[in-house]
Ligand binder design. Structure first.
Ligand code: FAD
Length: 461
């Protein structure tokens, strides 16, 4: 940071600190260094000033202050899904807004902007209720929901955005307002799938579902079985009720001594699933079809308490350096499977997961979420410990998407994109009419684009 910028940052510190309860951090101290970090270790950002919010009012003051100073405003909960690094702006961190209030009778939760799913999961399960979290409970509930939010109950209960009932937000002109189906309903529409570019959410109310136990897990088959296994998967899911949410993954594990020998340096196929119907034995019987087909190398399918749901995907909890990407498949036919197997096995990209959407994900909802008609969403994940590895992974992913193009709809799921690719592809996260409406609403809610660090939705001129 050059001297003039540092002097600017220091002047922000005193003025803003007088207006808020939380901490104001500027470059040059350890607290700033910690707060500028993100869960994704590829992110290396230098905000002009960081506001560690302790209340919704702090956020409103912060936004007003940033406006007066001509600064853009970025918001971060965990840093799992950064699309544009928060450089030379006000970064508002929400991690201290971590209250969770469960209403057992209504089957709802009010949660603060900094809450991670693990907190909701624990508190909701104490009342026999489940939230619509995703594959990792370390992810922030609000950021996940704003992009849609597709987890292990998606085919049964839809996206997290579909179960978001109300939001309290700070608008681009620094006002604190409520939005729901009837109040400020355009804002409500946009927040459910349109991302964090329209307002800063300070808290939200979500529906919960009475689930305490599920049947789920993973079976692993060797790479040589990939084609028959995925063709069997295609037939299997055809008969599954919406109580099942499933995925398969082609994994290319690096040679790591910590991994068991059947995974270290190997490619494998994983069949993952979660059954949340009333009779878990029925789920077990449907999973038995796999064992009757061929014995896997390992099988972790079992009845499990819902609070152990993270064990299905086993995502990393600690901060990691990775590049995520994704694309909707046109369909899962034999040609698509052939192309996937040919191009994914042995690829430098570590993970190719194809989640079965459809079911409740495809039900119509009056909100901004982009693509509900396609049935299979692919996510790719590369491990990127260095900047060079990140550049290489970006190129590998682009190459893979190019060869797979005949099998892709051209649409993307915004939650699975990040960084540069997210900025470039935002338009493909939505059908044309929805993207048009998003740009019109962006012009209405944030004409100066101060919330420009979320999804890349330009105000309609
Ligand atoms: C390990 C892992 C597992 C995942 N699993 C799934 C999954 O199963 N299903 C799925 O759908 N997605 C999944 N994701 C993607 C995840 O939902 C997105 O990355 C999401 O944006 C993360 O939100 P966050 O708040 O944790 O991250 P952050 O990086 O803190 O926030 C991401 C963005 O959300 C917006 N945002 C956050 N808080 C606010 C707020 N209070 N007001 C306005 N905007 C805000 C901002 O634009 C911010 O840049 C996963 C990601 C990872 C890394």
């Amino acid at each position: 940071m050059v001297m003039a910028e540092l002097i600017h940052s220091l002047s922000y510190e005193g003025e803003l600190q007088n207006r808020i309860q939380g901490d104001v951090l500027v470059p040059g101290n350890e607290a700033y260094e910690n707060a500028r970090k993100a869960w994704n270790l590829n992110v290396d950002q230098y905000p002009a000033v960081i506001l560690v919010a302790e209340s919704a009012r702090d956020i409103a003051e912060g936004v007003q202050y940033a406006r007066d100073m001509g600064l853009g405003v970025a918001v971060q909960s965990t840093g799992h899904g950064i699309t544009l690094e928060a450089n030379d702006c006000l970064l508002i961190t929400t991690s201290k807004l971590n209250e969770v209030e469960i209403n057992e009778v209504q089957q709802t939760a009010w949660i603060g902007a900094g809450v991670v799913w693990a907190d909701v999961l624990e508190k909701a399960q104490a009342h026999g209720l489940a939230p619509l979290l995703g594959s990792s409970s370390a992810v922030g509930a609000v950021g996940y929901t704003l992009g849609g939010g597709m987890g292990w109950l998606a085919r049964k209960h839809g996206l997290s955005a579909d179960s978001a009932l109300e939001f309290e937000v700070v608008t681009a002109d620094g006002r604190l307002i409520f939005t729901n189906e009837t109040e400020n309903s355009e804002m409500y529409w946009v927040l459910r799938g349109g991302g964090g570019s329209f307002a800063i959410v300070t808290s939200m109310k979500i529906k919960l579902y009475p689930i305490t136990e599920i049947y789920g897990g993973t079976m692993i088959y060797p790479a040589e079985e990939a084609k028959p296994a995925l063709n069997f998967y295609r037939e299997w899911i055809h008969f599954l009720p919406e109580d099942w949410t499933t995925s398969f993954a082609i994994m290319n594990f690096p040679p790591i001594p910590d991994l068991p020998p059947f995974l270290s340096g190997k490619s494998v196929v994983m069949i993952n699933g979660c059954y949340s119907g009333e009779d878990l034995n029925a789920g077990a019987m449907m999973a038995q079809a796999w064992l009757d087909w061929k014995q896997p190398i390992t099988n972790s399918f079992r009845r499990m308490p819902f609070k152990e749901i993270d064990s299905i995907s086993n995502d990393p909890k600690d901060p990691s350096a990775g590049k995520s990407s994704g694309a909707w498949l046109k369909e899962l036919d034999e040609d698509t499977i052939e192309a996937l197997v040919e191009n994914a096995i042995g690829s430098p990209i570590m993970k190719f997961e194809v989640r079965y959407a459809g079911g409740a994900v495809s039900h119509t909802h009056n909100n901004a979420f982009g693509h509900r008609d396609a049935k299979h969403i692919m996510q790719m994940l590369a491990i990127t410990p260095t900047k060079e590895a990140l550049t290489q992974a970006e190129a590998d992913i682009a190459d893979f998407k190019r060869v797979m193009a005949p099998h892709l709809t051209g649409g993307v799921y915004m939650n699975f994109l990040e960084g540069k690719e997210s900025r470039q592809e935002t338009r493909n996260g939505y059908p044309t009419d929805k993207f048009e409406r998003l740009m019109i609403l962006k012009a209405k809610f944030d004409p100066d684009n101060i919330f420009r660090f979320g999804f890349n939705i330009p105000p309609k001129r």
